[in-house]
Ligand binder design. Structure first.
Ligand code: SF4
Length: 225
């Protein structure tokens, strides 16, 4: 059983799987939570509710499989919170969904990069990692590089922010740099569009990939989309 905050069907909004019709699973709980250095855009995925009302419920792999089938999707986005807190249980979910599936299924795990993936997830060629590093000691080499990308969110108006990222990427070899996508810090559609123009020009200048945020552009950061 896994603590689940919400499930929904939508389009994948970022990096690997961008634009794909997908079933989303948002697990509850985050190992960074209040220690996270960025302003979290999904605090409901780790903050306990008020007056004893739980913002999550345990769901079984069988229940999640049923919802995935009903969604009609072959793509499952597993996000949080921090879903890597529940790796053993997620392995059961993934194996259960694949069992008897009539189409090839793919799973994209969205993680903050602080928890090493277990070998069953690392070696499963249907599992991809969209890593959004939050801590300075992050090491991308802990993830299977051919199935992982690294999303770095920066404020395109902050030269300190941009310079820090260039410093970090200085230590990356060329193939690792190709796995990096830079995204504009933004909470809503107007911030996203304004920041995108600035950041896109900066990415082109420095030979870096730009990371779109489709859900902000389409739905202005609305919950559950
Ligand atoms: S790691 Fe992600 S879910 Fe956790 S607090 Fe930070 S932004 Fe929010």
């Amino acid at each position: 059983m896994i603590p689940i905050c919400e499930t929904f069907t939508s389009l994948q909004g970022e990096v690997q799987g961008l634009g794909r019709h997908a079933f989303f699973i948002r697990t509850f709980g985050c190992n960074l939570a209040k220690k996270c250095p960025i302003d979290c855009d999904t605090p409901y995925s780790w903050k306990e509710g008020i007056n004893g009302v739980k913002p999550w419920q345990f769901q079984s792999p069988a229940s999640l499989k049923k919802q995935m089938i009903e969604s009609g999707s072959n793509t499952c986005i597993i996000t949080g919170g921090e879903p890597m807190l529940h790796q053993e249980e997620l392995t059961d979910v993934i194996e259960g969904m694949k069992l008897g599936a009539k189409i090839h299924l793919e799973f994209f795990i969205e993680t903050n990069g602080t928890i090493d993936p277990i070998s069953t997830l690392c070696t499963d060629r249907a599992v991809f990692f969209n890593v959004s590093p939050k801590m300075d000691d992050f090491d991308p080499r802990r993830f299977p590089l051919n199935r992982s990308v690294f999303k770095h969110v920066v404020d395109p108006r902050s030269s300190k922010n941009l310079d820090n990222l260039l410093d970090l990427l200085h230590g990356y070899n060329e193939s690792l740099r190709r796995r990096v996508f830079v995204m504009p810090l933004s909470r809503n559609r107007s911030e996203y569009h304004e920041g995108s123009e600035l950041l896109a020009a900066w990415c082109i200048k420095h030979g870096l990939n730009f990371g779109p945020r489709l859900h902000l552009s389409l739905w202005d950061g609305e919950k559950g989309r």
